[in-house]
Design a protein. Structure first.
Length: 151
């Protein structure tokens, strides 16, 4: 099932005004997004699903490039999509990869997540199995933020 179809089916089932997405559902969005990854070099598929404070979900997948510096991770793809649509307040981001279990964001993705708030939760694991939620502040306890520029 394509990500858009999955999202539309889930949205039909919920009442937006009362519904709060749980971690398993957000991970399912990430798992669906992972299927779209373009990874001809590493063959390591990653998907991410970003839940905004307004209740919208933005998905992303990793996109590799022969010039490795041009590669973009799934987490940043989801965040950049949300920001390009005017969203800048995020609740949590779920990450899914080919690895069974937990896959955490890389350093640059942690920095980008931190840019939007220390309280953003990172969800790792599987929608049908074990999963864990941790704050970005716990992953980057001494992170550099915009506040550091004003000291």
């Amino acid at each position: 099932m394509r990500v858009v179809e999955f999202c539309n089916e889930l949205l039909k089932k919920i009442n937006k005004e009362e519904y709060i997405m749980n971690n398993r559902e957000l991970l399912k969005f990430a798992e669906e997004a992972r299927k779209n990854a373009y990874v001809p070099y590493s063959n390591f598929h990653v998907g991410a699903a970003l839940l905004t404070k307004s209740g919208k979900v933005y998905t992303g997948c990793n996109v590799e490039c022969a010039s490795y510096g041009g590669t973009n991770c799934a987490e940043r793809t989801a965040i950049f999509k949300a920001v390009s649509e005017g969203e800048k307040e995020f609740e949590k981001i779920a990450i899914s990869s080919d690895n069974k279990g937990e896959t955490y964001p890389c350093g640059i993705c942690r920095q980008v997540i931190l840019e939007f708030g220390r309280d953003i939760k990172v969800v790792v694991g599987e929608s049908e199995g074990e999963n864990k939620e941790i704050s970005i502040d716990e992953l980057v306890p001494y992170g550099f933020t915009g506040a550091d520029l004003n000291k």
